[in-house]
Design a protein around this ligand. Structure first.
Ligand SMILES: Nc1nc2c(c(=O)[nH]1)N[C@H]1C(S)=C(S)[C@@H](COP(=O)(O)OP(=O)(O)OC[C@H]3O[C@@H](n4cnc5c(=O)[nH]c(N)nc54)[C@H](O)[C@@H]3O)O[C@H]1N2
Ligand SMILES: Nc1nc2c(c(=O)[nH]1)N[C@H]1C(S)=C(S)[C@@H](COP(=O)(O)OP(=O)(O)OC[C@H]3O[C@@H](n4cnc5c(=O)[nH]c(N)nc54)[C@H](O)[C@@H]3O)O[C@H]1N2
Ligand code: SF4
Ligand SMILES: [Mo]
Length: 702
């Protein structure tokens, strides 16, 4: 008889509840769990990928060591011994900073890694910590830390109650929401419209979300800060401020007013390519809405003014009284709350990168600096790299440079489930159990969800014999290292399970729910809608909002200096597909079906100008590299802007992902530029890279 298992899908931020039917260790069916309080039965095609990952013959299960260029299976004990010895050796030869760490996106979706990787990596005491955050949402954290006192105090659109949802640079119908866990976003968007509300999308591409919205506004990539500042200026200078009780605990209105008064709607129109009357109408719509949620995502994060943009989005929500309001944007109250427990402290510029002197933020350096820190000789140079849950060769700007730089390392370890573009460079790969072989509790995304809930998922299947969980790897490796350094293991060598750790974290929570209750609720516990909770929830010691942090005000000078400047060629932006998940799910047969997705979108006028026909192969060049790709002509694109997905480029030698290699594509990050970054936050600026197009008949470099 088939059995039923309920769990949370951990492949993206939406946290969908799944109902999995299985028999004798085989998954028969994956459906949405209608009783999950957050996702209400929603799921997307990627959920079926969980079955493919579980069954994937290419997935690694035991440690591999590269010996004379050939991979050989070795025992976990030998692998730990070797890695720990190398850490000690590098430390003695070159110092702690010679060991770098890159933690990729699935780290944050993976319970074992969330609980155990930080204590281990922090024990290395290296300043060279890098994560996917600086290719993604770092500007959100930067603005939140400065304005509200904690990087995770990110206001979440209350879209189940709002009248107006304004989306800058996000495509939730494809991404399923980000920095906003919003499963079933399609129905929620429809509900806004059915109750007479409106959705407005501001994006250089007419996206899937824009097509369902009430209005779409094309904007030149990288220019959102102008539009946002002009609207804020309009609200203040036209006396349309209506921030009610927020005024009682918000500082900095005068400083803000003075700093943005030069940004007129006319000026913003020139910079953004949005007509003046359209900006004015948008400003009025925002002012007049009784309840509005202004939201920005990856498109406004991964650009040269990501920090400014996210600050100004917050500013607009505050000036219009929509922060901390039902139907506006609200803070969450997760049962396991990492905000309440942490003390206010400086998190910026405590050290700098060695080569370009970029400031640290939240304990990490911009990943756009990783390659140069490996390549540049001298004290503090990176000699060893440990990656976990990440594929930076495909995911960081100028990934091609990193691909070469990795060969310069003395030693590299990848904690990863595949031999891919990055881990192929490693000396040792440590592959953890994953997906349905692991238990799950979402420690991050309950902080960012549109509704409070709490859910634990046990493992469905036993891990493969001889495999290790991520939490075993980090604790066991930590113990071996500690034994070698001090003669003693951590906690006397005791290994804690995620469940033991979680039960402790759950001990004091505002809902007074017990760990046992959570464990016994297979669909999860509904903890209710988001509620106003200011000023109490603020993390600043004075419990006040800072509307005008100095670092952000100063960065307006950089914005002003950027006026009237542009590069040669086209701006290249990203494009996500519902069946892709960054760089790593292309080995799923079910998800790879269908037409080639690694294409370059171009507006018909631009195609005509370049003499390009639909599906023609074109050479795309940037300062850092060149790729060949098929064009797809589409009026989805704003003229002057091209779009291309990331995560492809599986055509490299020495990788072992049979399905992905069949449809290898090319990597957009062989074009994006590690020198183009948000100078304030250090975030990669994918959307500010210029490329030129060349007919393929010209002399090819391949
Ligand atoms: N041009 C461009 N580049 C981008 C983006 C863009 O929009 N445009 N987006 C950026 C963003 S937002 C992000 S988040 C990054 C993502 O980029 P990365 O942080 O590099 O993450 P992924 O590409 O998702 O790679 C995930 C890796 O984790 C491994 N993995 C999967 N599950 C597990 C597990 O359970 N345990 C372990 N140990 N490993 C596992 C996979 O095999 C894969 O190697 O890419 C960024 N790069
Ligand atoms: N199916 C699927 N879902 C995913 C992922 C995936 O790879 N596939 N990745 C996950 C990850 S790691 C993340 S971070 C989230 C991202 O979640 P989203 O941010 O919702 O995802 P994107 O589709 O990248 O949306 C970014 C939008 O910004 C637009 N854009 C680009 N540059 C600019 C600009 O300068 N200004 C403005 N206004 N818009 C701009 C792009 O055209 C695009 O529509 O998605 C997550 N969900
Ligand atoms: S939307 Fe995200 S969480 Fe939901 S099923 Fe798809 S991948 Fe999983
Ligand atoms: Mo991301």
């Amino acid at each position: 008889m088939s059995e039923t298992h309920y769990r949370t899908c951990n492949l993206c931020e939406a946290m969908c509840g799944l109902k999995i039917t299985h028999l004798n260790g085989k998954i028969e069916k994956i459906e949405g769990d209608k009783e999950d309080p957050l996702s209400r039965g929603h799921l997307c095609p990627k959920a079926y990928g969980l079955k493919d990952i579980y069954e994937d013959p290419d997935r690694l299960k035991r440690p591999l060591k590269k010996i004379n260029g050939n991979w050989q299976e070795i025992s976990w004990e030998l692998a730990y011994e070797e890695v720990a010895s190398k850490i000690i050796e590098m430390n003695m030869k070159y110092g702690a900073d010679s060991i770098a760490v890159y933690q990729g996106n699935p780290s944050i979706h993976n319970l074992g890694t969330m609980l155990t990787s930080q204590p281990f990596f922090r024990s290395l005491k290296t300043k060279n910590m890098y994560t996917a955050t600086s290719t993604d949402q770092l500007p959100h954290h930067f603005a939140s830390w400065l304005m509200y006192g904690h990087p995770l105090l990110v206001p979440i659109p209350d879209i189940d109650n709002t009248d107006l949802w304004v989306i800058f640079g996000g495509n939730p119908l494809v991404s399923n929401g980000s920095m906003m866990s919003v499963p079933d976003v399609a129905h929620r968007m429809k509900a806004i419209q059915e109750r007479g509300g409106k959705i407005i999308v501001i994006d250089p591409r007419k996206t899937e979300t824009a097509l369902k919205a009430d209005q779409h506004i094309f904007i030149k990539p990288g220019k959102d800060a102008w539009l946002l500042a002009a609207i804020a200026n309009y609200i203040i200078s036209e006396g349309k401020l209506k921030w009610g009780s927020l005024a009682d605990f918000t500082d900095g209105l005068d400083e803000l007013t003075a700093a943005i008064k030069y940004v007129s709607i006319a000026k913003a129109s020139i910079e953004t390519g949005v007509r003046e009357d359209v900006i004015l109408a948008l400003a009025e719509t925002i002012c007049q809405a009784e309840k509005a949620a202004i939201y920005g995502r990856v498109g406004v994060s991964t650009q040269s003014f990501g920090g400014l943009s996210h600050w100004l989005i917050n500013v607009l929500n505050i000036l219009t009284g929509n922060l901390d309001k039902v139907g506006g944007v609200l803070f969450t109250t997760p049962a396991i709350d990492s905000i309440g427990r942490s003390k206010p402290r400086n998190r910026f510029n405590r050290w700098q990168s060695r080569v370009r002197k970029f400031p640290e933020f939240i304990g990490e350096l911009p990943v756009a600096c990783l390659s140069e820190e490996i390549e540049t000789d001298g004290p503090g140079q990176i000699k060893m790299l440990m990656t976990s849950c990440g594929n930076p060769v495909l995911s960081i700007t100028n990934g091609g440079r990193l691909d070469k730089a990795l060969e310069k390392l003395e030693y590299m370890v990848s904690i990863d489930i595949y031999m891919n573009e990055t881990s192929r460079h490693a000396d040792i790969i440590l592959p953890p159990a994953t997906g349905v072989e692991t238990s799950h509790y979402d420690l991050t995304f309950h902080h960012l969800a549109i509704r409070n809930s709490s859910k634990y998922s046990p493992a469905l299947f036993e891990k493969t014999e001889g495999a290790r969980y991520d939490w075993e790897i980090f604790q066991e490796l930590g113990n071996v290292l500690s034994r070698k350094v001090s003669g003693e293991e951590i906690n006397g060598g005791k290994i804690f399970t995620p469940e033991q750790m979680l039960s402790r974290s759950m001990a004091a929570n505002t809902y007074c729910i017990t760990w046992e209750q959570v464990m016994e609720s297979p669909h999860g516990l509904d903890l209710g809608a988001l509620k106003p909770q200011l000023p109490g929830r603020l993390s600043h010691e004075n419990k006040r909002i800072n509307l005008a942090p100095e670092l952000l005000l100063n960065d307006l000078n950089r914005l002003q200096a950027s006026a009237n400047k542009s590069g040669e060629g086209y701006l290249l932006i990203g494009k996500r597909h519902l069946r892709d998940n960054n760089s790593w799910m292309h080995n799923s047969e079910q998800l790879q079906k269908g037409k080639n997705r690694c294409i370059l979108l171009i507006n018909p006028k631009d195609a005509k100008k370049e003499g390009l026909a639909d599906k023609e192969v074109v050479r795309v060049k940037s300062r850092v590299g060149e790729v060949k790709i098929n064009v797809e002509i589409s009026d989805e694109m704003m003229p002057g802007v091209l779009a291309m997905p990331h995560g492809y480029g599986h055509n490299k030698k020495g990788i072992k992902m049979e399905v992905a290699q069949k449809n290898a594509g090319v990597s957009v990050n062989d074009l994006t530029d590690d020198l183009v970054i948000d100078e304030l936050t250090g975030n990669s600026a994918f959307s500010n890279v210029y490329v030129t197009l060349h007919k393929n008949s010209e002399q090819a470099i391949f």
